[in-house]
Design a protein around this ligand. Structure first.
Ligand code: PLP
Length: 374
């Protein structure tokens, strides 16, 4: 492990991830822990292991590279890449044991070719399992129109692949039940046609975190939560009753302290005017670490268990905190995100202040912030 010189780090509570997986798993249903984007900033390998310990049976990733990192760390659980393998990555992705998603003839053709080149002659009964994704209204990726699904699945089988899963993705599960119901109806329609054509997908899945929490009719055989396993709400109040525990705390320490008189202004642009004498504390974290610059003079950090406002512009590597009459000391711990004493700053709060969502706050915490696990 490399030596940490700068006192800025993220602490991840792996027991919180295990707990969240347990409470999010519906009875009799499998859970695929979505660990894309470095597990939403939490550290992919460690988060994946914790999720598996909590009962997850599958992992989901966005990139072939992400799946390969998990395999290189020795993780053997099935891993679904949630979109088609990028052109040229098919051979490596299969060799790594990643499960492909398919929804286009181009993607199917490339995958079938990669298999035949590898020498394991495709034909009915060949061992490559795939999941076919149906677009039921999200309109990102998936078979469209959904009535084409049965025919596409037929071509998948003709190419010698086996349909293990059929899935879709919900666009508004956190805030709009009618849209979700409509998507599920379309999904069930496609499924009925697939079954009528003689295919029997073993794993049906549709539910992201909000689908898992709010829509039991979306559970099918497996749920696919991401944000919830990290203890962040997918939408305002969604899951509040479940007792999800935020897994991530972003910490730093005061590196410089000064008393500054009323009438002075702070940081780049001097946008923050001091109308009273105050203590200022400098904290070594900035927008290059993923702390959004738009939080300048808006967000609070926690210092000595109290909320203190960020004073003026967040800079690339440092920010300044207005501590009022609370005299800080060099070395005092600062919590940018998480709990300190009785106070907490949540990803949802920072997302709201930054005009975005908690997902973006945690997943953009930069690579130069070391992650520690407990
Ligand atoms: C990211 C993603 C998920 C997880 O969504 P959350 O809202 O984080 O629970 C599930 N399925 C797919 C296809 C995804 O892309």
């Amino acid at each position: 492990m490399t030596v940490r010189r700068r006192p800025t780090w993220v602490e991840v509570d792996l027991e919180a991830i295990r707990h969240n997986v347990r409470v999010l798993t519906p009875p009799g249903v499998q859970l695929m822990a979505v660990v894309k984007a470095n597990a939403y900033g939490h550290g992919d390998v460690e988060a994946a292991r914790a999720a598996l310990e909590g009962g997850a049976t599958w992992l989901g990733v966005a990139l072939v590279e992400e799946g390969a990192r998990l395999r290189a760390a020795g993780i053997e659980a099935p891993i679904l890449v949630l979109s088609e393998f990028p052109e040229g990555s098919e051979h490596d992705a299969l060799a790594t044991g990643l499960t492909p998603t398919l929804y286009s003839d181009a993607g199917l053709g490339r995958l079938a070719q990669a298999i035949s080149r590898a020498g394991s002659a495709p034909g009915p009964g060949a061992a490559v399992d795939v999941h076919v994704k149906v677009d039921t209204g999200m309109h990102r990726v998936g078979v469209w129109p959904p009535q084409e699904t049965a025919a596409f699945v037929g071509r998948v089988r003709d190419a010698g692949l086996r349909l293990e899963g059929l899935f879709t993705h919900l666009a508004r599960s956190e805030d709009d039940a009618p849209t979700t119901d409509r998507q599920l109806e379309v999904f069930r329609g496609a499924l009925a046609q697939v079954r009528a054509a003689g295919h029997v997908p073993r794993l049906l899945h549709a539910a992201n975190t909000a689908g898992t929490i709010l829509h039991p009719s979306a559970h099918f055989d497996l749920v696919r939560p991401g944000i919830g396993i990290y203890g962040v709400e997918p939408g305002p109040g969604v899951g509040a009753a479940l007792g999800l525990r935020p897994a991530l705390t972003w910490r730093s320490r005061v590196t410089f302290v000064k008393r500054v008189a009323a009438g002075e202004s702070v940081s780049y642009g001097h946008h923050h005017y001091l109308d009273r004498d105050t203590w200022l504390a400098t904290v070594p974290v900035g927008y290059a670490d993923g702390y959004p610059r738009v939080l300048s003079s808006r967000a609070d950090v926690l210092l000595a268990g109290r909320r203190c406002r960020v004073a003026g512009s967040v800079t690339m590597d440092q920010l300044i905190v207005d501590c009022g009459d609370l005299e800080p000391c060099v070395g005092d711990e600062v919590v940018l995100l998480g709990r300190q004493g009785e106070e907490a700053v949540t990803a949802e709060e920072l997302g709201g202040l930054a005009g975005t969502i908690g997902y973006e706050i945690v997943s953009r915490i930069g690579e130069r912030v070391p992650r520690e696990y407990r």
